[in-house]
Design a protein around this ligand. Structure first.
Ligand SMILES: [Fe+2]
Length: 182
């Protein structure tokens, strides 16, 4: 039996206190849901040499081996997680999923990553390979360029020694367990 309201205009401060506490207590579910979304990317290949889970793991592996910190490694792992829902707008979906848990620069890097990635393939699609130029002057421009050039665009190799999801799970739980804001 619930002691909570059936319509918001009849709610009380006490009930909202319970909701806030429950939401905080249940925060660990977020990391589990994100891990579930990542696992679902294993079912998406769409003509690439590797499935999207392998691509995500390989991007995170390259970031880790380049010395990136835990927040960046988790962001690299989750940069395409939006594809679990929709490919065309996946950068913004991924960025919004990460937003409460990472720095503003890392959030921005994920949000615009396709503009930077375009350097390496947009010419084949009739799009502008210099799409990243619109972001010149942004404080995280170099970060976004490194992410796309050194990690994301190189992470489609089925023969690479890609680390498994289990290697990253604890960091996913840690990052998504500690929102910077609600
Ligand atoms: Fe990617």
């Amino acid at each position: 039996m619930t002691s909570s309201f059936t319509r918001m205009d009849e709610s009380t401060a006490e009930q909202w206190g319970v909701i806030v506490q429950e939401t905080f207590t249940n925060q660990p579910r977020v990391g589990e849901y994100v891990l579930g979304m990542l696992r679902s990317l294993g079912g998406i290949t769409d003509g690439f040499a590797v499935d999207q889970l392998t691509h995500s793991l390989q991007t995170a592996t390259l970031a880790e081996r380049a010395g990136a910190d835990d927040e960046m490694v988790v962001a690299a792992l989750c940069h395409d997680v939006g594809k679990a829902i929709s490919v065309p707008n996946h950068p913004r979906i991924s960025a919004e999923i990460l937003r409460p848990y990472v720095s503003d620069d890392v959030h921005w890097m994920i949000q615009v990553h396709q503009d930077f990635q375009g350097r390496h393939y947009y010419a084949h699609l009739g799009a502008d390979p210099d799409a990243r130029d619109q972001h010149r002057g942004h404080p995280a421009y170099a970060l976004a360029a490194r992410f796309a050039d050194d990690w994301d665009q190189q992470a489609f190799d089925p023969d690479y020694d890609t680390l498994p999801l289990e290697h990253f799970e604890a960091r996913v739980r840690a990052v998504f367990g500690a929102p910077r804001s609600f």
